[in-house]
Design a binder for this molecule. Structure first.
Ligand SMILES: Nc1ncnc2c1ncn2[C@@H]1O[C@H](COP(=O)(O)OP(=O)(O)O)[C@@H](O)[C@H]1O
Ligand SMILES: [Mg+2]
Length: 334
């Protein structure tokens, strides 16, 4: 990926900038105390949103990530190559250890279930992979190359996108504005090319079976549709690794079916997918391999096809399995 010196650039890319400034200020919680220094003339890393002072106005803009800097699919990648490797990941919040030397492997082109009861550390581990938590011990390799995940843009550059359980779209912005947030299509210095964005958003959303209006605010969409927008955003960012944190928890049965169709399609396109869940029946339906965390420790991993009832009970403990209400699905195991 680009050298640090080559990753500097600035293009505010605003159209109706008053409206956008107000919307984004609210969302990003910029305050006059922290924003009044004026970033004008300073170099800004690509993909970062900043408030700056110019022409007696506070402006907010996002520097553009050129296509050449976005992670592109690995060509001729060996099928067994690891898409993502996390080694010895430890994390504490205050005095409490939440992850203890966890290893996690994601193979290229697989759907990998990350399982464990509430509080096991699943979301924390995935947030670390997505650059959302910067203080941790351990190492992260993407396609065999070590990466420092100190911020979300590090993960984006490495081709990793995460759809968090609490979706992180901006409610007031339209579908296309959310999809292209931080990577806006621009017509000129101050003009976002909404027409192009809407057209491209429509193209990427069509195969996802999205029926909502692209120029309407995200807040008006159902959770299932918002999730499709998150997937579209990841695809536009050219993600090769997609992390979905409990994506089915707020979906209806038919929405889950549709999501599974999409996940299988993404796998067919060569994406590697981490599917965080505590629902065993979903793991058996859609996942190739699994990893189980318990109290912040790795307690088991393997092929879903090799998972037996005894092995699974051994990993999680019978009492915990009852807590997870997995008995129904367990009956389907041999
Ligand atoms: N930002 C945080 N500050 C303090 N504790 C946290 C924070 N995030 C998670 N935790 C704690 O870390 C543990 C693991 O949480 P999490 O990774 O969300 O588990 P899971 O996703 O498996 O349910 C929990 O005990 C949770 O309360
Ligand atoms: Mg979680």
């Amino acid at each position: 990926m680009g050298k640090e010196g080559a990753t500097r650039g600035w293009n505010p890319g605003l159209d109706n900038f008053f409206a956008r400034i107000i919307t984004r200020c609210k969302v990003l919680h910029f305050s006059p105390q922290t924003s009044g220094h004026g970033d004008r003339g300073r170099s800004i890393p690509f993909g970062e949103t900043r408030l700056f002072f110019a022409e007696n106005l506070f402006l907010l803009g996002t520097s553009i990530v050129p296509d050449s800097m976005v992670a592109s699919p690995e060509q001729n990648e060996a099928p067994s190559q690891l898409a993502l490797q996390m080694r010895g990941i430890s994390k504490s919040f205050g005095p409490t250890p939440v992850l203890r030397k966890v290893d996690f492997d994601l193979r290229s082109g697989e759907i990998h279930a990350l399982m464990g009861e509430n509080g096991a550390g699943k979301s924390t581990l995935m947030k670390i992979a997505a650059g959302l938590i910067d203080q941790f011990d351990g190492e992260i390799y993407v396609a065999g190359k070590q990466h420092r995940m100190a911020a979300p843009r590090d993960a984006t550059r490495a081709g990793i996108a995460m759809i968090q359980q609490e979706l992180s779209l901006v409610p007031e912005l339209a579908v296309d504005e959310n999809i292209f947030l931080g990577q806006e299509k621009v017509r000129s210095l101050f003009m976002v090319d909404r027409e192009q964005q809407v057209r491209m958003a429509r193209e990427v959303l069509r195969p996802l079976d999205f029926h909502g209006r692209i120029d309407q605010p995200i807040a008006k969409l159902r959770v299932g549709e918002q999730q499709l927008v998150e997937i579209a955003k990841a695809l536009v960012a050219k993600a090769r690794i997609l992390i979905m944190d409990e994506p089915t928890s707020a979906l209806s049965a038919s929405e889950v079916e549709k999501l599974f169709r999409i996940i299988r399609d993404l796998k067919a396109q060569g994406l590697s997918i981490i599917f965080v869940t505590h629902r065993l029946e979903e793991v058996m339906q859609i996942c190739d391999r699994y990893t189980v965390l318990r109290d912040g420790r790795l307690v088991g991993s393997g092929l879903v096809a090799d998972m037996t009832k005894d092995r699974f009970l051994g990993i999680l403990g019978e009492k915990r399995v009852n807590v997870l209400k997995l008995n129904l699905a367990l009956d389907q195991l041999h």
